[in-house]
Design a protein around this ligand. Structure first.
Ligand SMILES: Nc1ncnc2c1ncn2[C@@H]1O[C@H](COP(=O)(O)OP(=O)(O)O)[C@@H](O)[C@H]1O
Ligand SMILES: [Mg+2]
Length: 333
């Protein structure tokens, strides 16, 4: 199979096994430069990848338009808004980018109708004792920093020498105000922790959402490199034009038969050839109702192992493990 050549401006390639170098990314355009500088004692390198997501990240086979828009978002320091049907790989894209570029664990913020900007930034709880906090001994006893834990967005905006990856998952489930609230923070690249600001201009040690301890001065956080933000949407709602204008958008296509085979190969190495009939069933059922890629993976795995144990009706078993997620919709082709 001949690989199409990769445009040289790409930082993220989506090629299996690639280890790409984020330091090739040119400096931000002037309107996306932020003034935050990482404290001297912050490590130069991001922490290692979260092993819980290693398989998912490694076996991701992005559509070409996904690779293109990821790179656009990286260059422009803009959040990437990913829309598409359930199971088209919207959330996994964030893990795949973090892995290839060595950007450390993905900061995860699952959105519900109750999610607020404030909870994404930080949580203040005077009743919580942060036993696990590193460096607690040095913190003054009345330091309100002891009761603050940064949220995933608050952590992603800490000044660092590399962009952190932040996944704001299923943003279309949010309250109507959240996208606009986020917009302000994305434009400014900064936020304030009022409980610390009120306390004075000194340094406080607070805990990050991934359990690190960091020092914050005067309650003000300004990012250095804008994080790589992936926001996913199942299309349950439209976003205001002001929001869309400030994002790079990506509509993930339904994978074609070739990509489906590639995805099966990536997840279940030896099973791609024997599962052509299951892929056929998946594609024909898809004309009847909505199905997601992970349902196909389940069917391939299950029919393989069931058939090894004796005679089974593979098609019947596969159909039962791939129930329609919703009835056929008009825009299905
Ligand atoms: N392009 C792809 N390459 C490899 N695996 C994929 C791809 N798209 C989806 N998957 C697999 O399908 C499942 C669903 O993907 P996910 O990212 O959770 O979808 P979404 O967030 O769009 O609902 C995951 O197990 C993922 O590994
Ligand atoms: Mg998802």
């Amino acid at each position: 199979m001949s690989e199409p050549s990769i445009p040289s401006w790409y930082i993220y390639t989506g090629v299996p096994g690639a280890n790409s170098d984020i330091s090739r990314l040119p400096k931000a355009p002037p309107w996306r430069e932020f003034k935050g500088t990482p404290p001297e004692d912050r490590p130069d390198e991001p922490p290692g990848e979260d092993p819980a997501h290693a398989h998912r990240a490694r076996s991701y086979r992005p559509a070409p338009e996904a690779v293109e828009q990821v790179n656009a978002a990286l260059y422009l320091r803009r959040p990437l808004l990913v829309t598409g049907r359930p199971g088209t790989g919207k959330s996994t894209l964030a893990y795949a980018v973090a892995r290839e570029l060595g950007l450390g664990p993905v900061l995860y913020w699952p959105i519900t109708s109750r999610a607020t900007l404030r909870e994404g930034l930080y949580h203040y709880d005077p009743l919580t004792r942060l036993y696990a906090m590193k460096g607690a001994e040095e913190a003054r006893d009345d330091d309100p920093g002891r009761y603050i834990r940064l949220g995933p967005l608050g952590t992603a905006l800490l000044p660092a020498r590399y962009p952190r990856v932040l996944l704001i998952d299923e943003i279309d489930k949010s309250d109507i105000d959240l996208p606009n609230d986020l917009l302000t923070v994305f434009e400014e690249g900064r936020y304030e922790i009022t409980e610390l600001a009120r306390h004075g201009s000194g340094a406080s040690t607070v805990m990050t959402s991934d359990g690190d301890a960091v020092s914050i001065r005067g309650g003000r956080v300004v990012c250095g490199e804008f994080p790589f933000v992936v926001m996913t949407s199942n299309g349950e709602r439209d976003f205001p034009p002001a929001f869309l204008r400030r994002c790079v958008t990506l509509e993930l296509p339904e994978p074609d038969p070739e990509r489906l085979a590639e995805i099966i190969r990536a997840h279940l190495r030896g099973l791609a050839d024997e599962s052509e009939d299951i892929v056929g069933l998946f594609l024909s059922r898809k004309t009847q109702g909505q199905l997601a890629t992970d349902q196909l993976l389940h069917a391939v795995y299950l029919t393989h192992h069931a058939a090894r144990q004796g005679v089974v009706d593979r098609m019947e078993l596969a159909a039962r493990i791939m129930p329609y997620l919703s009835p056929s919709s008009a825009d299905d082709d």
